[in-house]
Design a protein around this ligand. Structure first.
Ligand SMILES: [Zn+2]
Length: 321
C-alpha cells in the first residue's frame, strides 16, 4: 500500500514507470527534464481543471506555481564547458547538477518517490557540438546506481566518442532485456531503423487520421485495435523499443501488466501500454522519415495529456474509476 500513497503525487507516466521498479520488475526508470516535461503538466492541470473541493483546488494552484517556478529556474541555468576534457566535463557536471537540485520540481520527485531518486546532467556530442539536458532516475533503495557512476559513464562516452556504449549502459539501468538492447544497436544505412522495425508489425493498428493535438480525440480512436492483442505486452516501458517477437520482452511485460493491474484499475494499465506503444510509434515515424519530431503531450489523444496529471488526480477521472 505504501507505494500507491507515495507515488500517487507523481505525474502518472512516471508513477507507473517507477512503480514497476519498486515492484522489482525493472532495475530503474527515468524521465528527461525539459520543456515538454513542464509544459505537459501545466497544460494537463489547465485542461482537466474540474470543479472540485477547496483543498484540492489550492493544492492544484500550488502545483501550478511550483511547476512555473521550476520551469523558470530550469531555463535560467547556464552551462559552460571550457574544453572537452574529463576535468572540464566533471566541473560543468557538478555545477549543473547543483543548479538542478535547487529546482523545486526535482525536490518534489525526490520527496515523493519512496526509492532512490536523483538527477544528473546528460551530455551528447554530435559532430561539432556538445548538447546537454537533465534526467531524473528512479531505482530501488539499494544503491544499485549512483549519480557519480552515471555521469562518469556519460563523460567516458563523450571522450571516447562511443555514445552507443552509454546507451547500452542506460538500457541496462532501465532493466531492458539484453537481446532487445542488442537489437536497438543494429543500425545500418541499408535497413530501416530499429525504432521502425520495432513498431512496424503494429503500425496498421494506428489510426493516423485521429492523431493530433486538439484533445478532440481519444486514444481509443488513435489505437482502436490495440487492446486484446497479447503481443502488446512487449511495450512495458516508455521509450523502450522491443525486438519484434521477443519472448523475453513479452514475458517481462506480461508480469508488469499483471502486477500493475493488481494495484491500479485495469483500464489505466491498458492505456499505459497503449500510450507506450503510441509514443514509440511517433518517435519511430519521425526517425523513419528523417525528422526530429518529439511527441507532444496530447498528440495520442486526451489520455496522453491526462497522463501528465498527478496519478491521484487521474484516478478520480471517470475513465479510470
Ligand atoms: Zn529481446
Amino acid at each position: 500500500m505504501y507505494r500507491q500513497r507515495d507515488i500517487a503525487a507523481l505525474p502518472t507516466f512516471i508513477a507507473l514507470d517507477s512503480s514497476t521498479v519498486l515492484a522489482g520488475q525493472r532495475q530503474g526508470a527515468s524521465v528527461q527534464i525539459d520543456e515538454t516535461y513542464f509544459s505537459g503538466q501545466l497544460r494537463a492541470l489547465d485542461a482537466f481543471d474540474r470543479d472540485t473541493d477547496e483543498s484540492s483546488n489550492s493544492s492544484r494552484g500550488q502545483r501550478s506555481r511550483d511547476l512555473r517556478e521550476s520551469r523558470r529556474a530550469y531555463r535560467s541555468i547556464e552551462v559552460d564547458v571550457d574544453a572537452l576534457t574529463e576535468n572540464d566535463l566533471w566541473t560543468a557536471s557538478t555545477q549543473f547538477r547543483r543548479e538542478l537540485q535547487r529546482i523545486p520540481e526535482i525536490s518534489h520527485l525526490e520527496r515523493q518517490y519512496p526509492g532512490q531518486c536523483f538527477v544528473v546532467p546528460e551530455w551528447l556530442y554530435t559532430g561539432d557540438r556538445l548538447h546537454y539536458g537533465a534526467r531524473v532516475y528512479f531505482f530501488q533503495d539499494d544503491g544499485s546506481a549512483t549519480p557519480k557512476e552515471v555521469i562518469q559513464e556519460n563523460i567516458d562516452a563523450i571522450l571516447s566518442d562511443s555514445f552507443p556504449k552509454f546507451e547500452r549502459y542506460q538500457g541496462g539501468l532501465h532493466g531492458y532485456p539484453d537481446c532487445c538492447i542488442d537489437f536497438y544497436h543494429e543500425r545500418s544505412s541499408n535497413a530501416p531503423s530499429p525504432e521502425w522495425r520495432s513498431i512496424e508489425p503494429f503500425a496498421d493498428r494506428i489510426n493516423d487520421v485521429a492523431l493530433g493535438n486538439d484533445r478532440s480525440a481519444s486514444v481509443d480512436d488513435v489505437l482502436p485495435r490495440f487492446s486484446g492483442w497479447d503481443d502488446r505486452y512487449a511495450f512495458f516501458a516508455r521509450e523502450f523499443f522491443p525486438e519484434p517477437g521477443c519472448e523475453t520482452a513479452l514475458t517481462q511485460g506480461e508480469a508488469i501488466f499483471d502486477s500493475l493491474s493488481s494495484e491500479y484499475p485495469t483500464p489505466l494499465i491498458e492505456d499505459y501500454f497503449r500510450l507506450n506503444f503510441g509514443y514509440d510509434y511517433l518517435v519511430a515515424r519521425a526517425v523513419h522519415t528523417g525528422g526530429t519530431h518529439r511527441p507532444v503531450p496530447g498528440e495520442l489523444g486526451e489520455e496522453h495529456l491526462m497522463f501528465y496529471l498527478p496519478l491521484r488526480e487521474l484516478l478520480t477521472l471517470p475513465r479510470y474509476l
